[in-house]
Design a protein around this ligand. Structure first.
Ligand SMILES: NC(=O)c1ccc[n+]([C@@H]2O[C@H](COP(=O)([O-])OP(=O)(O)OC[C@H]3O[C@@H](n4cnc5c(N)ncnc54)[C@H](OP(=O)(O)O)[C@@H]3O)[C@@H](O)[C@H]2O)c1
Length: 393
């Protein structure tokens, strides 16, 4: 693993400091026990020794850091950095997890370029979800976890693009032993978002529309909706149409200006619900009055995405009691507020992946050191693939 410029030690400087400290230790050992006769030179030696030892210890810890993180500072720039040790303290109810895999998605790319509402200030570490191994448990809150166990998690705030994190045990969900960790890493944020969005839709029967049905969240939503015996319509361009259709969606091309009218005709007046990531207002026309629109994101122009999200969020909140009603589904917020439901959803997704009843995207692996490329490639990821960081060991 490379060290960033700000944490790398100059080896010759380290040698000089070490030999000076060593000679001072020898002088100290041969020091006259009668302290009252200590010369000012000897007192200076004492301070030098303690200072040097602190210097060496702190730098030794930098050379073998607890964790490497990818830090955004300033926006648009990512630096590999060693974290401070105290950032990894494992107190009661927390765990030290060595991250082995983490997904990289559209939200990370947004955040890196400064367009993500939930990360408005630089110097953060991107990444919401991870797969890892528990290395240490603070006094346990949950006996279901043990050291050495493979776990998955979604964080309520970004920070998963790191080699180790200290994380609340209540965020950790065991990964089935037989599930490939690279496959598992494709799922947490995207699949749980699809699951939560469907729950918020609350459609018991009939048909639903999934916007971006061939995209990362959309493909999970199509499968999960079909598994609930809902008829699934999806929007996609010709680029991602095949992926959406492979999971059973009846696809309309969102680039065709007539697609909303076409869907109204196909469904005799509208679907029971829509999962949407664009924020477009006219979707109200494709939903039956008693149905719902669940917004998982709001589209905006590059550089104006934060404002678009805030405005979309406010508008959707105001339409909470409209007909059709609108709901906002933010997985990080739900993870923060509803731990039990979050763990149940993620555990269920991992079990269904393990049993083969859900089909994951094809993982597209990147080494942790190729992080910038992984982020840059997000917008051109081939349909049906998901980028996964594979950490070194
Ligand atoms: N709420 C949450 O907790 C949460 C969690 C994860 C992600 N998200 C957000 O959800 C959004 C989607 O994420 P993702 O990872 O699924 O992205 P993605 O993989 O890029 O998928 C988005 C899909 O939307 C389609 N699309 C583009 N423009 C469209 C339009 N005008 N109308 C309908 N469909 C359109 C694209 O289809 P084509 O490629 O065919 O053009 C693309 O496949 C992002 O904004 C992301 O930040 C929210």
């Amino acid at each position: 693993m490379r060290a960033s410029a700000c944490t790398q030690l100059n080896p010759s400087g380290r040698k000089r400091t070490a030999s000076a400290a060593l000679s001072s230790v020898v002088r100290l050992l041969s020091w006259n026990e009668n302290a009252s006769t200590a010369s000012s030179q000897e007192v200076r030696d004492m301070s030098f020794i303690s200072g040097s030892l602190i210097y060496m210890i702190s730098h030794i810890s930098d050379v073998a850091p607890e964790s490497w993180v990818m830090r955004v500072a300033p926006f648009g720039t990512v630096r590999e950095e060693a974290t401070r040790k105290d950032a990894l303290r494992v107190s009661r109810g927390r765990a030290l997890v060595r991250i082995t895999h983490a997904s990289v998605g559209v939200t990370d790319a947004l955040a890196v370029r400064g367009d993500y509402l939930m990360q408005p200030v630089p110097r953060f570490v991107p990444g919401y979800d991870f797969i890892g191994i528990i290395e240490h448990l603070g006094a346990a809150d949950h006996s279901r976890l043990s050291v050495g166990q493979r776990v998955a998690g979604i964080l309520p705030r970004m920070g998963a693009h790191a080699t180790r994190i200290s994380v609340a045990q209540s965020l950790l969900v065991p990964v089935p032993d037989s599930l490939d960790p690279v496959i598992a890493a494709t799922a947490p944020l995207d699949a749980v978002t699809a699951q939560f969005a469907l729950d918020a839709l609350d459609a018991k029967s009939g048909s639903v529309l999934v916007q971006g049905a061939g995209g990362a969240v959309g493909a999970w939503a199509v499968q999960l909706a079909a598994a609930r015996n809902l008829t699934v319509f999806g929007t996609a361009s010709t680029r991602t149409r095949a992926v959406a259709e492979s999971f059973g969606a009846r696809v309309l091309d969102y680039r065709n200006p007539e697609w909303i009218d076409a869907l109204r005709k196909m469904t005799n007046g509208g679907v029971a619900g829509v999962i949407d990531h664009t924020g477009r207002r006219d979707l109200q026309r494709v939903v039956m009055p008693e149905g719902r629109i669940v917004r998982i994101a709001f589209e905006g122009k590059q550089g104006h995405q934060r404002r678009a999200t805030a405005a979309g969020f406010a508008a959707a909140t105001l339409r909470r009691y409209a007909h059709p009603a609108e709901r906002i589904c933010s997985t990080p917020m739900l993870v923060m507020l509803h731990r039990f439901a979050y763990r149940a959803a993620l555990g269920d997704i991992l079990d269904r992946l393990d049993s083969g009843t859900l089909t994951p995207p094809q993982p597209r692996s990147y080494r942790f050191t190729d992080y910038r490329k992984a982020v840059a490639d997000v917008t051109s990821t081939p349909p049906g693939e998901k980028s996964v960081l594979v950490m070194g060991h």
